[in-house]
Design a protein around this ligand. Structure first.
Ligand SMILES: NC(=O)c1ccc[n+]([C@@H]2O[C@H](COP(=O)([O-])OP(=O)(O)OC[C@H]3O[C@@H](n4cnc5c(N)ncnc54)[C@H](OP(=O)(O)O)[C@@H]3O)[C@@H](O)[C@H]2O)c1
Length: 251
């Protein structure tokens, strides 16, 4: 068995779920590339955790060139990646049913095209890794048509589809594609929300559940169970009842 540390890339590592995952893998002794746009936050994270093994990586996922440059940097450093967790993402809601193209475009650029840039640039590094996995962080929100979530929900639904479809096409190349669909997690992203978030989880708890799922090589990681059960139950109710529930969430 190899004694080389796990080579991990975590996007969105400057905040929230990505930051907690970077911390979790650094504590296990992995070599962690911690990616995001906020250089100051990533440097603080590396300094706090383990400057020798946590490497800040500036990367804007909406910019293909920036992602390719980050891949070159990791290639020169480790030559391969064993695990990628793509947690970078953004959430914006629409108001009064005004489907602003700028909001829609921003969600698709960050949440969908960002993943496409990452997948294409990281593929050679993953192909050179040991039992390589890439996980895309989508959202449990895709399982119910929440009001105001047209842009975010559509982008995450596209991301979940992308992960599940690519899983089959990358299998012959030895790269496993996993999907993570968290419920509400207490992070700077959800602290902007002005509505009730049932089953809200502390970020450390969410990261621990994700790491457990990855340890068990689960292709699909969804949590918490109580929220997932609620969403599944809603999906099986008559459409009139589902619509009444959605209407109650409208403000
Ligand atoms: N929190 C929840 O309840 C929840 C639930 C379901 C799914 N999710 C998903 O989980 C992921 C992490 O969310 P979070 O709650 O941890 O949010 P967060 O605290 O706001 O963190 C988002 C991260 O994404 C990075 N990011 C955003 N745009 C980027 C870009 N263009 N290029 C590179 N990095 C970018 C940010 O870093 P920089 O600003 O430094 O670039 C930040 O590190 C997201 O995909 C989110 O949709 C969250």
């Amino acid at each position: 068995m190899s004694t080389q540390p796990l080579r991990v890339l975590i996007t969105g590592a400057s905040s929230g779920i990505g930051e907690a995952l970077a911390e979790g893998y650094a504590r296990r002794g992995a070599r962690v590339f911690a990616a995001g746009r906020s250089q100051d936050k990533l440097q603080l994270l590396a300094a706090r955790l383990a400057p020798a093994t946590v490497i800040p990586l500036i990367m804007d996922v909406t910019d293909e060139t920036s992602v390719a440059a980050a891949a070159s940097r990791m290639g020169a450093d480790t030559g391969a990646l064993d695990l990628v967790i793509h947690a970078a993402g953004d959430c914006r809601y629409i108001d009064d049913g005004a489907l602003e193209p700028t909001v829609m475009r921003a969600m698709l650029e960050t949440n969908v095209m960002g993943a496409v840039h990452l997948l294409t640039s990281m593929r050679p590094l993953l192909a050179a890794g040991r039992d390589p996995w890439i996980y895309l962080v989508s959202s449990a929100a895709i399982h119910f048509p929440f009001p105001r979530a047209e842009a975010y929900g559509a982008s995450k639904a596209a991301l979940s589809y992308l992960a599940r479809s690519l899983r089959t096409d990358w299998e012959p190349y030895g790269i496993s594609v996993g999907l993570i669909e968290p419920g509400f997690v207490d992070t700077p992203l959800t602290r902007r929300n002005d509505f009730a978030m049932p089953t809200l989880l502390p970020v450390a708890d969410a990261a621990a559940r994700i790491m457990r799922g990855i340890d068990h090589k689960r292709y699909e990681i969804r949590f918490p169970l109580r929220l997932m059960a609620m969403l599944r139950w809603l999906q099986h109710l008559p459409l009139t009842v589902q619509r009444a529930a959605a209407r109650r969430m409208r403000r």
